[in-house]
Write a protein that binds this ligand. Structure first.
Ligand code: PEP
Length: 249
């Protein structure tokens, strides 16, 4: 089965009105390609970016959303608000949210459920720490993180969401997993889902994330189970991000 590739840029907590505008203008020079191009600015810039990308092939994502629908949750942003700004995807369970803000597997699953309720597509981030990899627990961790979501919304939900495998040791460290290491985990994630539903496993897009650059992306994208990339640091540079998109074909 041919799965469309997705190249998504996670801008994290970076940018200003001015830099956001010049970054998007740089990205608008991108030539058409077969992959879906997604960018995730910080909340305050969603409206600005939504306006700038209108009529282009770039798709908007948010970096987080509340598990709650609305009400007395000071400082939180709801999925329904995000849907007001042309957002299609919402990152959920990014390792920085899990490790710095204590987001548990159950909370991440609750967020996935709410994001679906408002017609948005979760981009579910999973991945092991270096200690977990070194003790041979990579798959156990990924499967536990996925299972929590299955327990709440069922395996069929994975037909409508995107998984981003992001080994924590590779995020922002310059240490990328090799294409073969990524393929091994992606294939195992698909096999794990296939035990519950083969058709879901075939369809689910699994992105790799962790220090992806144009110099590493083409080898990653050649792997049969790597359906794209979630890019942090390199997505803040329009030329580099465009070069990554090009390698996705
Ligand atoms: C990320 O934040 O999702 C990420 C993969 O970051 P980086 O590309 O900078 O490692």
């Amino acid at each position: 089965m041919i799965r469309q590739k997705i190249v998504a840029g996670n801008w994290k907590m970076n940018g200003s009105k001015e830099s956001v505008s010049s970054l998007v203008n740089g990205l608008l020079e991108m030539e058409n390609s077969g992959s879906e191009v997604v960018i995730a600015p910080s909340f305050p810039y969603l409206s600005q970016v939504d306006g700038l990308i209108s009529g282009s092939r770039i798709v908007l994502a948010a970096q987080n959303a509340s598990q709650e629908v609305k009400g007395a949750f000071t400082g939180e942003v709801s999925a329904s608000m995000l849907s007001d700004f042309g957002v299609k995807y919402v990152l959920v369970g990014h390792s920085e949210r899990r490790s710095l803000y204590g987001e548990s597997d159950e909370l991440v699953a609750a967020k996935v459920k709410t994001i679906f309720e408002f017609g948005l597509t979760p981009m579910l981030c999973i991945g092991e720490t270096l200690a977990e990899r070194e003790s041979g627990k990579t798959l156990e961790v990924c499967e536990r993180q996925i299972q929590a979501v299955i327990d709440l919304v069922g395996v069929s939900a994975f037909e409508q969401l995107v998984v981003a495998y992001e080994p924590v040791w590779a995020i922002g460290t310059g240490l990328s997993a090799s294409a073969e290491q990524a393929q091994e985990v992606h294939q195992s994630i698909r096999a794990f889902l296939a035990k519950l539903s083969e058709s879901v496993a075939e369809k689910v897009q699994i992105l790799y994330g962790g220090s992806v650059k144009a110099s590493t992306s083409s080898a990653l994208f050649q792997m049969p189970d790597v359906d794209g990339a979630l890019v942090g640091g390199a997505s803040l540079d329009a030329k580099e991000f465009i070069a990554i998109v090009k390698t996705a074909g």
